[in-house]
Design a protein around this ligand. Sequence first.
Ligand code: FE2
Length: 310
Amino acid sequence: MSPLRTAGLPVAALAAAGIAGIGYAIAETHLFTLRTAELAILPPGSSPKRILHLSDLHMTPNQRDKQRWVADLDRLEPDLVVGTGDFLADRHAINPVLDALAPLLERPGVFTLGSNDYLAPRPFNPARYFLGPSRLDAGRRILPWQDLVAGLTRRGWVDLDNRAVRLDLTGWTIDSRGVNDPHIELDRYDMVAGPFDPSATLRLGVTHAPYRRVLEPMAGDGASLILAGHTHGGQLRVPGYGALVTNCDIDRARARGVSSYTGFGSMGEHTAAMNVSAGLGCSPYAPIRFACRPEASLLLLRAVDEPSGH
Ligand SMILES: [Fe+2]
């Protein structure tokens, strides 16, 4: 048997495994998952609240399964919905996004935008992520993001891009603030800086990309909860190791899920709970996920003095 022939078998096996892996990674982009977490962060005596955290839909008009799945999340009956940006991946996706969100837009909601709401996707080399946070490509077309903002705010959701807003809801109050996307340096935390209202039921900080220069003052100003997206959870995770990259400057361990962040600000040193969503989509030019299912998060908030499970 020639050396070429003996070498051919493992090469063929490797090629088959690679094709199967890519096939699975494409299929995983449709395996939408709800991740649930309990957080004991409300003041003593508070009644439980449910926050639905959506991020990184990267919607295109033909993604009907994702649109149906998002619309069905209304059955969870959240008390607040938070969208942390990258809703769009196509200039014609605004109505599909608004239609998918329609039931949830009947509920209280806040949002920030991400870079992909402003700029249409373009082909890129995913390997560049391993060289550090991605940079903007020149020549990306501007998306009609103003129509997205108008559609969300017309239904009552609150735009937190470099804004702070107090929400007086039935049975609870939220002191909320957010920044425009730090990944493209639109964040102006100075416009919302200062101590959170300690009497609010929830002190909420929102950002698309979880950069430390935003997380630190948000936590230090007394946020009880910070929500972010952008990382896609690493998008390609190694089982047992986790995310390889975050596409920003937080550590890999916090690329997805609940953690905490300690910062120093007007409240001195303070620690906030943090949820980073792996998001529900990805660039149409890199439609793969591995060991990192597309997700929405349901955060079950309870009082610090309330035992788990109540
Ligand atoms: Fe994204």
